[in-house]
Design a protein. Structure first.
Length: 158
């Protein structure tokens, strides 16, 4: 039963990270021999199988039903650039750098990870989760607060 959970919902829904996080937990808590190997193998198999089956099947269905892909479907008139984006022409001799945006993004990621460690430590008292979940929660909150409040912007490219 435990191998089925590791090879099923843990690895197929959570992926490699969740499989690597929960494998040792199952080994220690339930005495499952090779739990980590089973979970990681199942997650890897799931990714490879989905790529081998999904890509050709998707291409076949697109061709069969003559589905227009986004690149084929867009004309210059259809492109609407939001007002907040800078569309000025930049002199080709002057290459702008993204140093400020990279530093800001790196700082936000680092602070989110640090706060996420505290969140994960707190949540460990109540529920078993992979260690990275706290950081993901904090990062999602930081990004959503910035997007919805407009007080700061997290640059996706950086």
């Amino acid at each position: 039963m435990h191998y089925g959970i590791l090879a099923g919902s843990v690895s197929m829904m959570g992926g490699l990270g969740t499989a690597a996080a929960f494998g040792p937990y199952f080994e220690q808590t339930y005495g499952i021999v090779g739990g980590t190997a089973v979970a990681i193998t199942a997650a890897t198999f799931g990714m490879v199988a989905s790529l081998i089956i999904g890509a050709p099947l998707g291409s076949f269905l697109i061709r069969k039903y003559k589905v227009k892909t986004p690149i084929e479907n867009v004309s210059n008139e259809d492109v609407k650039i939001p007002e907040e984006f800078d569309t000025d022409v930049i002199d080709s001799d002057h290459q702008p750098t993204m140093t400020a945006q990279l530093m800001k993004a790196t700082s936000i990621v680092t602070l989110s990870m640090a706060a996420g460690v505290a969140v994960s430590s707190f949540l460990d008292h109540f529920i078993t989760l992979p260690a990275y979940i706290g950081s993901m929660m904090v990062a999602a909150i930081v990004r959503n607060v910035g997007d919805f409040s407009g007080k700061y912007r997290v640059d996706g490219k950086a």
